[in-house]
Design a protein around this ligand. Sequence first.
Ligand code: B12
Ligand code: SF4
Length: 471
Amino acid sequence: MKVTLVYPYYGRGKRSLYFPYGLAYIASVLREAGNTITVVDMEGDDLSNDKAISQILASEPDLIGFGGMITRFRIVKKLAQRLRKEMPSVFMIAGNSGATTVPELYLKSCLLDAVVLGEGEITTSELVAALENSGDWKDIPGIAYLNEEGKLLLSPARELIDDLDSIPFPAWDLFPVESYVSSLDHRQTKVRHLEVVASRGCPFNCVYCYRIYGRSVRRRSPESIVSEVEELVSRYNIEYTGFPDDLFTSDRNFVMDTCRLIKERLPDLRWSCIGRVNTVDREMLKTMNEAGCDWISYGVESGNNRMLSIMKRGVTAQQCLDSIILTRESGIQVEGSFMIGMFGETEESVRDTVEFCKKADITAPMLYVTPYPGTEIFNRAVNEKLILNIEEFIEKMNAADELLVNLTDLSDEKLAALRNWAQGTIGRNYLKKKPLTRIPALIVRHISLGGFKGLAHDIRAFLASLSGSKP
Ligand code: B12
Ligand code: SF4
């Protein structure tokens, strides 16, 4: 079957060059099953809607599959509506966390035939095989579709894949992989990089998080993970990798075994991962660092214990602080993520977050809490009628740098003022601590990124924050 897989872009001029692992896994299993795959990668190739449409049409597909997370819904909708007119009988599907959490919206607004729910490799293979053999696809587990009256129907649930090692490596070669390899990595550093998904699932329960793979964690064998990195080194000459799993550090033995193998087989490799402060310890961090880990991102989110408990983080601010210090002592750089505007946020809790950053000597963008579909806070915001039109709300979704819905008792203006103040103060405190090294580093970074505009913006924000008092 001729299958065209589409990776929608995030927005022109806002390229977000992170390799679409999920879509590349789908491409890989479908190719292995003998299908002809075309990938239209709007992000990697920087394609406009028109260019993407003409590439899709030129590939003469029997089936079109859209990937991309929820922030790309608006693009999928535009493309799919146009394609439906141009190719009325083509079979159109979508997958990924967006389509999985709001399948009815995708089916109706994007005029799709089916949505693949959750883990997609087996479901999509079976769907394509059934379509090719003119079989009934509606009983295949893991599918959502509309009946003739437009009512949402779900086939039986799909069981998760037990053995992740059985899935072939992502089909990097079908994508414009050089765009990703040579892009800035998530530390904003220019080094040849590509990441590897080592595990699926997370056992924790944070209220703002959607876990497409659920709470049970499945892990690949260290052998399989390291073999994939070796393949990336030999094919694409990468020097840096990362594990963008839900939570790479959820199991100590797994991390220690993976580190031992990396150290043995790839002694020059450097890498990063997503961690959680209550899943690391001194010995583990030291082993990670010795195996090349030089950067960990922790979701801290707030410096206020009441807020951490509302978020169901299951950790305290002190634990966050201790682990950040421990991580640095182990030779690993730390990035923390922070959010503002959760249910229950007050001026005092924001102040605690600013204080926390000062103590932890950390700077980070402070993002607005955004209730993404599939999360506990999305359901609460809908139930409390804070979100009235789900489609309009989702179409506005971005990378959480704009306030989409206010979940607090503060006014929108007050919340925005607090965010500006917090952001400025966190940045100023950070620069002030080591001005002789940090200010030049900031300037060099901006210049190396080619952005005097960004530098001017940062300097203005820094100066404004010097005189800024708390709103
Ligand atoms: C890595 C990651 C990122 C990377 C980018 C990854 C990428 N290239 O798309 C970065 C760091 C850039 C990122 C950013 C953001 N992310 Co993010 N991210 C993740 C993370 C941790 C892993 C995604 C991943 O690659 N998983 C591994 C692959 C193998 O799984 P997968 O993509 O789900 O693919 C499988 C299925 O979904 C399906 N599938 C996928 N595509 C397709 C296509 C077809 C046709 C079919 C049939 C099936 C199918 O089959 C695949 C194989 O089983 C997830 C959490 C998670 N586990 O899902 C969050 C997650 C997807 N992100 C999320 C969010 C909210 C964001 C941000 C908006 C955060 C923010 N505030 O800025 C931004 C958006 C950025 C943007 N510009 O669009 C949410 C999405 C919520 C939702 N309901 O959709 C998630 C689920 C996190 C969460 N815990 O809530 N993210
Ligand atoms: S935010 Fe991180 S730790 Fe919390 S549930 Fe999501 S993946 Fe797990």
